[in-house]
Design a protein around this ligand. Structure first.
Ligand code: ZN
Length: 399
């Protein structure tokens, strides 16, 4: 059994972790507090980059629906007209090659071994530039040099060197804090109290693990997927529901394979479970079974299997979903906290707009076009048809 498997068993078991692991957790906790103190006292300086930085991360190790959330967030920002880029550490890169400090720009021709499976997935789904580097500050600077105006840092919560304007903490609804212990006795990378400083806390997926001592309101994110696509890239999609009642092989090399299996069971499939370690490097043999049953996997697995997957292999893309009210409130909070409204551009002339508070809310004013774009529930509506044409003498133009 791998170390990873063993630890997962300990972290999410009901009995207390073995004493020798518990001995190590205070040491880990001390190192985490020391790092925070070094930055808080200015002995180490966080690096500010020339664009707002939104950090997305989790307090535990593995599997919290982070990738679908990042995709949702950058798609929302791109739709609002921001030039957004994602920076990430590039987990799941090949260990055989030395991971250097060079910044890699992810595009369609990249392979998962080079840039990591999550980076490749974000790049394909969100269609925004993704930069991979161990040094997130260098990655952000490269993105800005290429024209990005907003940076979303994937999994950067503990990368304190990159100064941030907003932090989103994700928590897995099914697993919560696990046994509540810090690494290595438990899954926690930091004390849960850290979440108190976040811009927003998002609880992902189905489940009701206790989240004490957290006493802040959280936002609920569901993961949705209903259409299967061929892993080898050819052919049409098919409804997941069409396989209801059938036995399938289910493969998942993710932080929480149980979540994928639960999704399939919820759709009334009968999965034969094949969990793999997170970022598993698949070989053709992993996908070969001699019973002819369909083989199903997550999208993160699929980006690594495209080249050699047989025809009966399918993947299930999942998307983040919020209730209308919660999605808007979350996005509004991020826009405000990261001061993103200040850097919006007018969709017509691409020139600057200015945030002007007025009675009952705020508008974004483009002086060149004499337009006032409304801000509804904290979210700008950057559409010409929603904007109000201003008279040359309008006082909004004078501020
Ligand atoms: Zn304009």
């Amino acid at each position: 059994m791998s170390i990873e498997r063993y630890l997962q068993g300990v972290w999410y078991a009901r009995r207390p972790p073995p004493w020798w692991l518990r001995l190590l957790s205070p040491l880990y906790g001390f190192l985490v507090r020391l790092r925070h103190a070094l930055y808080a006292r200015g002995w180490r300086r966080a690096q500010r980059v020339a664009a707002p930085v939104i950090v997305v991360g989790n307090l535990t190790v593995g599997g919290t629906g982070k990738t679908p959330f990042v995709i949702w967030l950058v798609q929302c920002l791109a739709e609002l007209g921001y030039r957004v880029a994602v920076v990430t550490r590039g987990y799941g890169r090949s260990h055989s090659r030395r991971v250097t400090n060079d910044v890699l720009r992810v595009d369609g021709s990249c392979r998962a071994e080079e840039v990591g499976d999550e980076a490749l997935l974000i790049s394909r789904r969100a269609q925004v530039p993704v930069y991979v580097c161990r040094d997130r500050v260098a990655a952000a600077r490269a993105a800005i040099a290429d024209g990005a105006r907003v940076i979303v840092a994937d999994d950067g919560l503990q990368h304190l060197r990159l100064a941030r304007d907003a932090e989103i903490v994700l928590i897995d609804a099914m697993r919560g804090w696990g046994n509540g212990a810090l690494l290595p006795a438990g899954p926690l990378r930091e004390d849960p109290s850290r979440a108190a400083r976040a811009t927003a806390i998002v609880v992902t997926g189905e489940g009701d693990a206790p989240l004490a001592p957290l006493d802040r309101p959280t936002i609920r994110m569901q993961l949705e997927g209903s259409v299967l696509w061929p892993v080898n890239g050819g052919g049409e999609g098919r409804a997941l529901m069409a396989l209801a009642g059938e036995r399938v092989h289910a493969l998942a090399g993710t932080g929480n394979p149980a979540r994928f299996f639960a999704t399939l069971r919820q759709a009334r499939l009968e999965p034969i479970e094949h969990p793999f370690p997170d970022h598993h490097r698949y070989v053709a043999r992993d996908l070969e079974f001699d019973d002819g049953l369909p083989v199903l996997m997550t999208e993160k697995d699929a980006v690594k299997c495209q080249a050699f997957a047989p025809e009966n292999c399918w993947f299930l893309p999942v998307s983040a979903r919020f209730s209308m009210a919660e999605g808007r409130s979350l996005l509004g909070r991020i826009l405000m906290e990261a001061r993103l409204l200040d850097i919006l551009a007018c969709p017509l002339c691409k020139g600057p707009v200015q945030l002007v508070k007025e009675e009952g809310g705020a508008v974004l004013v483009c002086r060149a076009d004499r337009l006032a774009y409304p801000v509804r529930d904290g979210i700008p509506v950057m559409l010409e048809e929603a904007a109000r044409q201003l008279q040359p003498t309008d006082p909004l133009l004078e501020r």
